[in-house]
Design a binder for this molecule. Structure first.
Ligand code: NI
Length: 227
């Protein structure tokens, strides 16, 4: 499932996050790449342990914790501490690759199985040319370029790339999520069911039927969720 989550950041949070990352010292993006993706990767990244990355990461995690849409779509069990990347100038693209299945967070030694990948756009589409996130999956090839503050969530099993940035600078936060529900199809079904129940309750209030359906949702979660 490919899902846009609009307005993850308020305009104020976006401005704070941008000023943090823009004034920081960027490093070679290959600091977190696997051996295959290192050959395709040509961008800049904020070192994970830097002061700016730490403060900006907290802003992202706080924003995520408020997002009901993110929660119901991802059903997060673990979130890899958000990272930040920059595409522009000489370091402007990331060719086709698949994200590593397991990311180990060096500082804590925590392993995160990458069920979902997320990109939170920090620069607006008018600020740069190119830089589309292109995702190839069973749903076809999708080209994604969102307003600043919006986020895209996609299966980490997808081949994806970032097209060369030919003007301006594209900055974004990116991270991975280990979901309580490992399978994309099951997560999708739970999401659709949750959204349908929400719509029914808005239309008709709580009814005996919506209570039953809510029970089905939770019973499916009980069957499928790992906590
Ligand atoms: Ni990737």
């Amino acid at each position: 499932m490919l899902l846009q989550i609009p307005d993850v950041f308020t305009p104020d949070e976006l401005a704070r996050c941008r000023s943090l990352v823009e004034s920081a010292e960027w490093a070679d993006g290959n600091i977190t790449a696997g051996t295959q993706s290192a050959k395709a990767k040509n961008n800049r990244q904020l070192p994970e342990d830097g002061e700016a990355a730490r403060a900006a990461r907290t802003l992202v995690l706080d924003a995520l914790s408020r997002s009901a849409l993110f929660f119901t779509a991802a059903l997060p069990r673990k979130i890899y501490p958000p990272l930040f990347n920059r595409y522009g100038g000489e370091a402007n693209a990331f060719g086709n690759h698949i994200d590593n299945a397991v990311r180990t967070h060096a500082a804590s030694g925590t392993h995160v199985r990458t069920d979902l990948s997320a990109t939170l756009f920090l620069a607006g589409p008018d600020e740069y040319d190119g830089g589309e996130l292109v995702i190839e999956d069973t749903f076809g090839t999708q080209s994604v370029k969102l307003p600043a503050g919006h986020m895209i969530l996609y299966p980490s099993s997808s081949v994806h790339r970032v097209e060369p940035v030919t003007r301006g600078v594209r900055i974004a936060s990116f991270f991975w999520i280990q979901s309580m529900v490992r399978e994309d199809e099951r997560r999708r079904m739970l999401f659709d069911l949750d959204m349908a129940i929400l719509a029914l309750r808005e239309k008709h209030g709580d009814t005996a039927e919506s209570v039953r359906l809510t029970g089905c949702y939770h019973n499916l979660m009980r069957m499928w969720a790992d906590t």
